[in-house]
Design a protein around this ligand. Structure first.
Ligand code: SF4
Ligand code: SF4
Length: 70
C-alpha cells in the first residue's frame, strides 16, 4: 500500500515524537519549525517509504496525524 498524503495538524501536536518512533519505515522526522505552542511537530521525510500501516495514527495521543491511502 502507498500513501497519497500524510496530513499533520501541527497545532494539535504536542511534540511527543511517538509517531516518529513507531514508524517502521522512518517516514517521519522532526520539523525544524515550531507550532503555535512552541513545540516541534513531525514532518514527512519520505512519503514514498510509507506502507500505510497506520501505527502513527493509532499511537498519536492527539489525533494530529492522518494517513491518506493512494
Ligand atoms: S502509516 Fe506506518 S509507515 Fe506510514 S508514516 Fe505512519 S507509521 Fe510510518
Ligand atoms: S504522536 Fe501525535 S502528538 Fe506526538 S509528535 Fe506525533 S503527531 Fe505530534
Amino acid at each position: 500500500m502507498k500513501a497519497k498524503e500524510i496530513i499533520i495538524d501541527r497545532n494539535l501536536c504536542k511534540g511527543c515524537s511517538i509517531c516518529i518512533h513507531v514508524c517502521p519505515k522512518k517516514t517521519l522526522g522532526i520539523s525544524e519549525d515550531i507550532n503555535e505552542y512552541g513545540l516541534f511537530y513531525p514532518k514527512v521525510e519520505d512519503l514514498a517509504s510509507c506502507i500505510v500501516c497506520r501505527l502513527c495514527e493509532l499511537y498519536c495521543p492527539d489525533f494530529a496525524i492522518e494517513v491518506v491511502q493512494e
